[in-house]
Design a binder for this molecule. Sequence first.
Ligand SMILES: Cc1cc2nc3c(=O)[nH]c(=O)nc-3n(C[C@H](O)[C@H](O)[C@H](O)COP(=O)(O)O)c2cc1C
Length: 222
Amino acid sequence: MTIEMHPSMGLKDAIEQRRAARAFRKEAIPDAILQEIMRLGVRAPSGYNLQPWRFVVVREQENKDKLKACAFDQPQVGQAPVVLICCGDRRVANSDYIESIIQQGMDVGAVNDKYAEVMRGAIPSLFENKPNFDSMQVWTNRHTMLAVAHLMIVAKSFGVDSCPMEGFVASQVKEAFNIPKEVDVCCLLPLGYATEPFKQYGGRMELEQVYFGESYGKQLTL
Ligand SMILES: Cc1cc2nc3c(=O)[nH]c(=O)nc-3n(C[C@H](O)[C@H](O)[C@H](O)COP(=O)(O)O)c2cc1C
């Protein structure tokens, strides 16, 4: 079988045609496509490029059934060929981890000695003072969900459907999949090929209801 490694759909179509799929066909996602979705998904941005997202890739039926039991028996978890357990790792605040990210940046020539020193000062201070978030969990969740958004759009561009899910009991998922205590489960993401008829577009609020001009609540004129 020949696998087409270029997206089958442009960005605009992928965004407009993505739906939260509630039922999947049995058909597997070719490994090469799954790998490309995974690679592009983690091109998402993160503060200081700390990349706190981690994913458990669940493909065995027995494990999907176990996960489904932690997710109020939502059928898409058992049906989809792949389910990602999308996690945020709070240990990115540890100094040895920060050093590893500095080194990664240096290896590709994006971080010089001067910026490395800035990172060594600013990142621990960010996590200590938390000027714009309440807890490490909020910070890691913010970033992990950005990666999840990337994953869903990239997947759709390859014709692969998804369903972001918050309907699960995190403590049960953590115990069943050996997820460390410093790691939070942000969402589940079944991936695969949706059954027809596809879920209907649910509509969105008017732009003027969600975009404001210059100050909150003030009408934006374009
Ligand atoms: C964070 C998050 C959690 C969600 N949790 C669930 C869920 O547990 N089960 C489910 O079937 N859909 C879930 N959804 C899907 C939403 O219901 C869906 O995205 C919304 O109705 C809009 O539909 P659309 O994504 O098809 O445009 C979730 C979506 C998000 C973003």
